[in-house]
Write a protein of this length. Structure first.
Length: 194
């Protein structure tokens, strides 16, 4: 399947900024390989090579995020809105035809590439693939081709959760705490697998 990756990186990161006075996407982060890079770079580095089409949705003011997206072969969609629904709708519309879309959050730098591969492998044209760690749904989430119209119709800050009610959800059990670990606060940069 030709799955297009959509990395959501347009949010404000306000909870992180309150404590660190810094953009969380650019905060130094020790990745799974032990190398320190910005959070968003760790996310882009973890994307499997088979994801040929990659989009990063971010705001025009995010110059370093835009630069890093280019370094990792991503197309960039500039968006003034920080709403997840707006970001998804615009990215799916911009990406054109695809067999599916893999939605990756820009603040989740500790997801193992093998988990991402398994989610991609589990997506069907009329289904949604979700990693499950210790009984909890995580990220990234893959949407089959049939969900293109629903994704393009999203708006505001409402994400794609509403689409789950009308889908065959394929749960991919993984041994990867990174699928649940986002960097909303500075303390979350200290990843400690459970």
């Amino acid at each position: 399947m030709r799955v297009t990756a959509i990395v959501l990186a347009a949010g404000q990161g306000s909870r992180f900024r309150v404590e660190a006075s810094q953009d969380k996407l650019l905060a130094d982060c020790v990745g799974l390989d032990g190398v320190t890079r910005p959070v968003i770079e760790q996310v882009l580095l973890n994307l499997p090579e088979r994801l040929v089409r990659r989009w990063v949705v971010t705001s025009p003011a995010q110059h370093e995020v835009i630069r890093l997206a280019g370094v990792y072969g991503c197309e960039v969609l500039l968006l003034e809105s920080t709403g997840m629904g707006d970001s998804l709708a615009a990215a799916v519309a911009a990406s054109g035809s695809a067999d599916g879309w893999l939605v990756v959050l820009g603040d989740m730098p500790f997801i193992q590439p093998s988990s991402i591969e398994r989610v991609i492998d589990g997506v069907k044209a009329d289904g949604i693939g979700v990693p499950v760690q210790a009984g909890q749904h995580g990220h990234p989430v893959a949407f089959g081709r049939a969900f293109g119209p629903g994704l393009r119709a999203l708006s505001g800050d409402r994400g794609a959760k509403s689409l789950f009610a009308q889908a065959a959800v394929h749960e991919v059990v993984v041994d990867d705490p990174g699928v649940l670990w986002d960097v909303d606060v500075p303390q979350a940069l200290n990843f400690k697998p459970i």
